[in-house]
Design a protein around this ligand. Structure first.
Ligand SMILES: Nc1ncnc2c1ncn2[C@@H]1O[C@H](COP(=O)(O)OP(=O)(O)OP(=O)(O)O)[C@@H](O)[C@H]1O
Ligand SMILES: [Mg+2]
Length: 301
């Protein structure tokens, strides 16, 4: 059974995450990304499948190709950098065949993203509420009153205190955490199928980081949203992701269920990443968030 296309507020939906028969929303097969000027392969074969309600984490050191992979999925690679091999299917469509107009239709509606620096994606001279409202007016053709009400609802959904007050604020009046919430509200405004959070919490302090991650988990559970969470920090993805992809120098060095990678990393680099994070309390996440692999099999072996 597949999750409904327009899911209702049902936390039980989260249990469909990555079940083999839930709908595939995003499918990457051996994607390579090439810099045509430097004649250099920057991403060397990334494959994964994301199902409705699933959460995939991408971790790896700086420059390992996490953001380029996301940008390829969103169709926003920098000039002279292109997908040179493999395929990216979004909701069953090969994105390489999309026209500019088709992309514009898909972005926001089917796929949306939140990046590290929320301030730079918002206009400093327009009230933040108006900016989210505008997305609804342009893309969903809602009227003035309706779009305002919907914006306030979205602000509430992303747990902004006093939505009406925040609505009429400018970016400089809001904290980084609040700005990121506004941006997440804008990103989920059109109920996309896939949300990519590329280092969305990196710039925030640890408490706010945890709150935003909780929020993403909650939105996923409530709406059936599928998530890609990119981070340097394995502890961050351990909290939220069903599956993890570990990248290094443009290649995937390890990939699988979060609990398998955290408990039994095979590749030296993944081991290193885990060891690095033990001091930040990865143990805590292992205990609370990630169910331990079945021990019985070992006992009987
Ligand atoms: N516009 C660009 N022009 C040339 N090279 C680029 C460009 N953007 C990224 N690269 C190169 O591609 C590689 C992967 O970059 P990418 O931004 O995907 O890394 P990342 O894993 O997201 O790193 P970070 O954790 O720092 O965000 C890096 O070697 C980087 O220098
Ligand atoms: Mg990046």
């Amino acid at each position: 059974m597949t999750a409904p296309v327009n899911p209702t507020a049902n936390p039980a939906l989260s249990t469909t995450a990555n079940e083999p028969d839930s709908e595939i929303v995003l499918d990457l097969k051996n994607v390579t990304i090439h810099d045509d000027v430097a004649d250099n392969e920057l991403v060397k074969g990334v494959s994964f499948t994301l199902r409705r309600g699933g959460v995939l984490g991408i971790v790896g050191e700086s420059g390992s190709g996490k953001s380029l992979t996301c940008r390829a999925i969103l169709g926003i690679l920098p000039k002279h950098i292109e997908v040179s091999g493999g395929s990216i299917d979004l909701l069953g469509r090969d994105v390489s065949s999309l026209t500019l107009k088709e992309w514009t239709g898909l972005r926001g509606t089917n796929i949306a993203a939140v990046f590290q620096d929320p301030g730079s994606y918002l206009n400093p001279s327009i009230r933040v509420g108006k900016q989210v409202q505008e997305v609804l007016r342009v893309k969903q053709h809602l009227g003035r009153r309706e779009s305002r009400l919907r914006t306030l609802e979205l602000f509430e959904a992303v747990r902004l205190n006093d939505p009406a007050y925040v609505y009429q604020q400018y970016t400089h009046e809001l904290s980084g955490g609040m700005l990121q919430r506004v941006l997440i509200a804008a990103a989920i405004a059109l109920e996309p199928d896939v949300l990519i959070a590329d280092e969305a919490t990196t710039a925030l302090d640890v408490t706010v980081q945890a709150e935003i991650l909780d929020l993403l988990g909650e939105l996923k559970a409530r709406t059936g949203l599928s998530l890609i969470v990119v981070s340097h920090d394995l502890a961050v993805v351990a909290q939220l992701c069903d599956e993890v992809l570990v990248m290094k120098d443009g290649a995937v060095v390890e990939q699988g269920l979060t609990r398998d990678i955290l408990y039994a990393p095979k590749h030296e680099y993944a081991k290193l990443l885990i060891a690095e994070h033990e001091q930040y309390g990865l143990e805590r996440y292992l205990d609370s968030a990630v169910p331990e692999p079945e021990q019985q099999e070992l006992d009987y072996a």
